[in-house]
Design a protein around this ligand. Sequence first.
Ligand SMILES: C[S@@+](CC[C@H](N)C(=O)[O-])C[C@H]1O[C@@H](n2cnc3c(N)ncnc32)[C@H](O)[C@@H]1O
Length: 262
Amino acid sequence: MLQDKDNFDVEQSFKAGLYQAELFWRRMGSRPDFTDKDVLEIGSGLGALSVSIAQQGARRVLGLDVWAPRVATAVDLVASHYPDLRSVAFAATPSTEFAGEALFDIVVSQNTFEHVSDVAAVLASIRRLLRPGGKAYIGFSPLYHSPFGDHSELRAPIKLPWLHLIAGRKRVIAAFNRANDMNVETLVACGYNGCTPRQFDQAFATCGLDIKSRRVNPTEGGLKNLAMMTFRALARLPGLEPYFTVGLYFVLQKPEASTDVG
Ligand SMILES: C[S@@+](CC[C@H](N)C(=O)[O-])C[C@H]1O[C@@H](n2cnc3c(N)ncnc32)[C@H](O)[C@@H]1O
């Protein structure tokens, strides 16, 4: 299998990830105090967010990702760049299969929920793994129906907003198969759940965690901010929500006295 290092500059992406981690908290609206906390990251990728949280004084940070080669790259990056940072570890285990309950004070997840195949199952695992009163910070973009929600998977010669929706899922899947020499049949198998904002909202509202905040399209920078404000307004018009909701940022909390759901 082709490794990350053959596809892109891993070192540079990791550095960009450290910067992205700062933006993540700005978009979220607040950054928790990680001092002495046990933290779980879901979809840790190259590990930059986990590293930055460990550097902020967390007692333990565990980054989980379902893609084993990427987990191996994260382990190598931390070993070579942060040999003294012992509080961070990574594992290629889905959170749904990670045993135990009430193990973490904080769960974070960045730009992963548009990829997970079963949103409700991952949310249930977060609820199980959080301690009562613990919080989950889950932010992700771009959603599939937003202007570039296919993450360029269509590989069209020109980049046009919503082109992947006009082209249709079959063409997106075919382009994915050509590029990766694969033969999958569904969007989920390409790594995108294709959920609409309404489907995400439904899953978040029924997962047994309290929704403390929900932000739509938070971003930074003058022009980008203006564009996203306009998108937010358009997303409120009937029928347009999926097309103008680019990012969703949730803060959730596990109730202190937890009742069982499902
Ligand atoms: C776009 S990358 C984001 C990585 C990192 N969070 C970042 O922001 O750079 C999405 C990651 O989610 C992982 N992923 C997809 N489904 C997952 C799941 N159910 N549990 C954990 N990781 C998952 C993928 O393997 C991939 O590494």
